[in-house]
Ligand binder design. Structure first.
Ligand code: NCD
Length: 426
């Protein structure tokens, strides 16, 4: 993303305006604003006139003075690190400001994520990626994000090949790895284990999933995705109706996501699960106590008014042999269901992996060519968001913009055969 896009996105976020309202406010057409928001290598891209740029800064000055200072400092490369603390263990570490800051840094990372620019701000740093539980995208995207900032990655996967299989404690492992790495990403099947690990090290630790507990980086990329999808659709996250479907009891992604979305205003949540897989009471109560509307349901018919449908996989590995009653094909989200029940501009999301086997009651593959299916845009957003997490935790977030150089190799313009159909244009 170029500085023009970063400025405009920042301004809309800080003023909490949709594209429509913002275009109107700065006296331009929505169509012109759309062209200013495109990547600069797009044939439709237009540079914003200098006068418009000054006007945007002026409006920010008048209506959100702290935002101008912020936006100016962003462009002066003087931003303060967001107050997320030393480790990233839970989404409860975020407030609306630190969340917006992280999204801003993720926006700055987009040209690197899109392989148009390279950066070496983390040159010499080593990431230890410790995955004591199955993973594909989380492990690879954390590794890829670290490498794209110039760092190197050391991996370990599964208990079998780690010393934990010999009875080593989390504390001893943390003490040892602290001497080897400059950032540590940990996934572990037990809730609370990553916090226990983090208490034994001064190196930044990122929770990549602790049992049925939390998965904060996933929730960050999910909300970033919702914000980007909504920006295109002319909607704000404030006041949105989000439906979470599936295993809400053991799914850590939804535990983090609902808490992070609760930082926005006037949210409506529809939680669709069979009685045996409902969202933990404490989470429902905490979200309702913040003034949001929470409706629990056991039928997909209640997806009718949702702006986002976020489906999840049944976490069979966590139900400890409890039989999953009442999770039949009435929970399958397929094309027929979406056409029959959902809003025309619904955003369909899933943290993945989805169970794609025939007869699985998950997000169906018959939606794969539907542009409302945001799942691969969502996984792509994992890169800029995880780069932003590293940059903030390691104190280089203000240096990234200046550190960028043009890429010398030839990246593909479209990384997937269906990109022209499925990718948003900005
Ligand atoms: C999820 C996880 O591991 O919590 N996947 C992910 O990280 N994107 C969801 C799941 O396994 O169902």
């Amino acid at each position: 993303m170029n500085t023009q896009q970063v400025l405009l996105r920042d301004a809309m976020r800080r003023l909490n305006m949709t594209r429509e309202v913002f275009a109107d406010r700065i006296g331009t057409r929505r169509r012109a604003l759309d062209t200013w928001l495109l990547p600069d290598d797009s044939s439709e891209f237009r540079a914003m006139p200098e006068m418009a740029r000054r006007y945007v800064m002026e409006i920010l000055e008048r209506h959100a003075p702290e935002a101008t200072e912020y936006t100016q400092s962003v462009h002066d490369d003087r931003i303060e690190a967001a107050p997320t603390g030393h480790h990233l263990l839970s989404v409860s570490q975020f407030n609306r400001d630190s969340l917006e800051h992280l999204f801003h840094v993720a926006d700055v990372m987009q040209p690197i994520a899109h392989r148009r620019k390279v950066s070496r701000v983390l040159e010499g740093a080593v990431l230890a990626n410790l995955f004591f539980e199955a993973s594909t995208r989380t492990r690879i995207s954390f590794g890829s994000a670290f490498c794209r900032l110039g760092g190197s990655v050391c991996d370990t996967t599964g208990f079998t090949f780690s010393s934990m299989a010999k009875g080593e404690s989390l504390r001893d492992t943390a003490m040892v790895i602290s001497g080897y790495a400059d950032a540590i990403v940990v996934r572990h099947p037990e809730q609370g284990s990553v916090a226990e690990f983090a208490s034994a090290t001064n190196i930044p630790v990122i929770n990549a999933g602790d049992g049925a507990g939390e998965h904060p980086s996933q929730a960050l990329l999910d909300v970033y995705t919702i914000q980007r999808e909504f920006s295109r659709l002319g909607k704000l996250v404030d006041g949105a109706h989000i439906a979470l479907v599936g295993d809400l009891k053991y799914g850590r992604t939804v535990h983090s996501l609902i808490q992070l979305l609760a930082l926005f205003r006037g949210m409506r949540f529809t939680l669709v699960a069979p009685p045996s897989l409902q969202m933990p009471r404490a989470l429902v109560e905490a979200v309702a106590a913040r003034g949001h509307e929470v409706v629990e349901s056991d039928t997909l018919n209640s997806l009718a008014a949702a702006d986002v449908v976020y489906a999840t996989r049944i976490q069979k590995e966590r139900s400890g042999g409890e039989s999953i009653e009442g999770y039949g094909e009435e929970f399958r989200i397929d094309r027929a269901l979406v056409e029959r029940v959902c809003r025309a501009e619904v955003v369909l999301m899933h943290p993945l992996p989805r169970d794609g086997r025939p007869g699985a009651n998950d997000l169906s593959t018959d939606l794969d060519r539907d542009p409302r299916l945001a799942i691969f845009r969502q996984t792509d957003n994992g890169i800029p968001v995880r780069m932003a997490i590293f940059a903030i935790l390691m104190g280089v977030d203000a240096q990234v913009q200046r550190s960028m150089r043009d890429v010398r190799w030839q990246p593909p313009t479209m990384v997937r055969p269906d990109d022209a159909l499925l990718n948003e244009q900005d």
